[in-house]
Design a protein around this ligand. Structure first.
Ligand code: ATP
Ligand code: ZN
Ligand code: MG
Length: 500
C-alpha cells in the first residue's frame, strides 16, 4: 500500500513567516505523532509550504499509519503548537489530492469504479485518485472503506455466477407423491387463491386461508411454544437506519419495498392532487410524487431487524438468557421481480420468525432442539420428503465452514422439500425455512450486551407459504388423503363461495 496525500490546513488568520516553526514541527512529528503505534516506518511529511493563512503538507505512508490518519494527528498537534507559539488557531483541513496505490491478490477481471475516486488498474495494481474533499472525508475514514470496497468488488467478480456453498446433512427417504400438479395453479382454478392487485401478492379465500393458518398453528404448537419462545408484536415499517445496521441496505437494496411519508397532511397542499383525481379519474403520478417525502423506511423484509432494534443498547440479565422471542404479526415484503412463482416465491409472504439471543453454548443447544422439533413436524406431521443442508454464500466459504471451531458454529441450515410438479427429484427442491446463528454480528451492531457473557444471536424463519406449497405439492388438495397428523390441525376446509 502507498498513500500519498496533499492536505491543506487553513489558519484562523494569515501568519507571517512559519518556515522555522514548520521544519521543527515536522522533525518532531516524525519522531512523535507520525511514528506512534506504527508497526514499521510511520508516515512522513515530505513537503511543506506556508502562504498566508494556508499550510499545505504532503504526507507519504506505506500503510502503518495511513496518510489520512496522519493528517488528523497533525491537525491536533498543529493546532496546539500554533496556538501556544503563535496565538493562531486552525479553522479546518481539506484534502487537496490523495493518491493511493494498492496491490491485489489477483488481477481484476474487469475494471471497477467507486464513488469519490478515479480508479485506474495495471495488472494486480490499483491506483485511486481522490481530489478536493472536505475535512469530514478524512476524519470519517471514508478512505479505508473505499479501499475495502474496491477489494470486495474485485473479489465479487470471481464469484459472479457461482452457486452458494451447499452441503447435505440429512435426507428423508423418498416418498410417493399424491399427484404431480402445481398446487398454486390448482388453488387458482378452484378460486381458493386469487391474484392481488399489485405484483406478487395473493388473496387467500377461506379454504386456502384455513390451510395457511393450519400451518401457522402447527408451527406454533409443535415448535415455537414448546421451546419457550414468547410472542412480540412489532411495527410493519423498518427504518432505513435499522437496515443500515443489519446490512440489508447494502445487501439487498433492490429487494426492499420503500415507504414514503406524505410531505404534509395539509389539504391545501393536496388540493391540486384531488382536483386532478376528480377531473381525470386517474392517478396523477407526477403530482403524487411531488407530495411525497424521500423514503426513510421500508416494509418489513424479515422480522428480526425490528426485534434487534427494540433491544438496542440493552444489557440483558444473566437470568433472562437465552432471550427467546417470535413474531407472526407482520408479513414480509420483497421485490422478487423475475423470480416470482405461485405461492412459493411471492412479493409478500407470511412467516413466523423466531429469534434467540444467548451465550454460544445456549444457542448451539437451541439449534439442536429446534432441529429436532422441525424434524418431528416434517417427518411425523406433514410426512414430507425433505432434506437439510448447510449453506453459505460463496464469498463466506473460505472464511467460514472449514475455518476454526467458532466459525463452524455460525452459519445457516436450510430445510428443503422436493416439489414433484417440477419433476427431477435430484434438482427440484425448494427452501422452506432455515436456522441461522450469526455470532455476535447483530448483538454488536445493536449494542446488546450480557452481564458477563458475550452474546450471540440468530433466527429461524418459518415460511408458511413454503410449508403450504411443499405439503400440497406432495400430498395433494384432497383432505382425505392428508396424513392424520396434519388433519388434527386442519380437520375440514370451510366451504367456498360459488361464483356464477
Ligand atoms: P431464497 O434463496 O429462496 O430467495 P432467501 O435466502 O431470500 O430465500 P431468507 O431471507 O433466508 O430467504 O428467508 C427465510 C425464509 O423466508 C425462507 O426459508 C422462506 O421460507 C421464506 N421466503 C423467503 N423469500 C420468500 C418468497 N419470496 N416467498 C415466499 N417465502 C419466502
Ligand atoms: Zn432473521
Ligand atoms: Mg431471496
Amino acid at each position: 500500500m502507498e498513500y500519498d496525500l496533499t492536505v491543506t490546513y487553513t489558519l484562523s488568520k494569515p501568519a507571517a513567516d512559519l518556515q522555522d516553526f514548520l521544519s521543527a514541527f515536522v522533525d518532531d512529528a516524525h519522531r512523535g505523532i507520525l511514528q506512534k503505534g506504527a508497526r514499521e516506518e510511520g508516515a512522513r511529511i515530505t513537503e511543506w509550504r506556508h502562504q498566508g493563512d494556508a499550510i499545505t503538507l504532503r504526507i507519504l505512508s506505506r500503510g502503518s499509519i495511513r496518510s489520512h490518519q496522519a493528517a488528523v494527528r497533525v491537525y491536533k498537534a498543529l493546532s496546539q503548537q500554533l496556538g501556544q507559539e503563535h496565538h493562531i488557531g486552525l479553522r479546518d483541513m481539506a484534502l487537496h489530492t490523495y493518491r493511493i496505490t494498492m496491490d491485489l491478490e489477483e488481477e481484476p477481471q474487469e475494471p471497477v469504479t467507486i464513488p469519490f475516486a478515479q480508479v485506474t488498474m495495471e495488472g494486480k495494481r490499483v491506483h485511486l485518485l481522490i481530489k478536493n474533499r472536505e475535512e469530514s472525508f478524512l476524519r470519517d475514514n471514508y478512505v479505508d472503506r473505499m479501499i475495502n470496497r474496491v477489494r470486495e468488488k474485485v473479489e465479487a467478480q470471481r464469484y459472479a455466477g457461482k452457486k452458494e456453498y451447499w452441503e447435505l446433512i440429512w435426507q428423508s427417504p423418498a416418498k410417493q407423491p399424491a399427484w404431480q400438479q402445481d398446487p398454486s395453479e390448482e388453488l387458482q382454478q378452484r378460486g381458493w387463491l386469487a391474484m392481488g392487485t399489485t405484483k406478487g401478492k395473493w388473496f387467500y379465500r377461506p379454504p386456502a386461508a384455513a390451510i395457511l393458518r393450519a400451518m401457522e398453528n402447527l408451527a406454533l404448537e409443535e415448535v415455537v411454544r414448546p421451546l419457550g419462545f414468547q410472542e412480540v408484536v412489532q411495527p410493519m415499517h423498518v427504518s432505513l437506519a435499522t437496515w443500515l445496521k443489519t446490512g440489508h441496505l447494502e445487501g439487498m437494496p433492490g429487494e426492499i419495498y420503500y415507504l414514503s411519508e406524505p410531505q404534509t397532511r395539509d389539504p391545501r397542499q393536496w388540493e391540486r392532487f384531488v382536483d386532478l383525481v376528480k377531473i381525470t379519474r386517474e392517478v396523477p403520478e407526477e403530482e403524487l410524487q411531488a407530495n411525497l417525502k424521500v423514503p426513510r423506511a421500508g416494509v418489513c423484509y424479515a422480522q428480526c431487524p425490528n426485534i434487534y432494534a427494540s433491544l438496542a443498547g440493552k444489557t440483558i440479565a444473566d437470568d433472562s438468557l437465552p432471550v427467546l422471542l417470535f413474531d407472526r404479526s407482520v408479513p414480509s415484503d420483497r421485490y422478487e421481480s423475475g423470480g416470482r412463482h405461485g405461492i412459493e416465491r411471492v412479493d409478500e409472504f407470511h412467516r413466523i420468525e423466531v429469534l434467540y439471543i444467548g451465550t454460544r453454548e445456549q444457542l448451539l443447544d437451541l439449534r439442536e432442539q429446534l432441529t429436532q422439533r422441525y424434524r418431528h413436524v416434517f417427518n411425523h406431521i406433514l410426512d414430507l420428503e425433505w432434506r437439510m443442508a448447510r449453506v453459505a454464500p460463496f464469498y463466506l466459504q473460505q472464511a467460514g465452514i472449514a475455518g476454526d471451531e467458532e466459525e463452524a458454529d455460525r452459519g445457516t441450515m436450510d430445510f428443503e422439500a422436493w416439489l414433484p410438479y417440477r419433476g427431477d427429484r435430484e434438482q427440484e427442491w425448494l427452501e422452506i425455512q432455515n436456522i441461522s446463528i450469526v455470532g455476535d454480528k447483530y448483538t454488536r451492531a445493536f449494542t446488546i450486551k450480557g452481564q458477563k457473557a458475550d452474546l450471540w444471536s440468530g433466527c429461524s424463519g418459518i415460511g408458511l407459504e413454503r410449508w403450504m406449497v411443499a405439503f400440497l405439492a406432495q400430498k395433494g388438495l384432497d383432505p382425505e388423503g392428508w396424513p392424520d397428523g396434519f388433519k388434527r390441525y386442519c380437520p375440514s376446509l370451510p366451504p367456498m363461495t360459488e361464483f356464477l
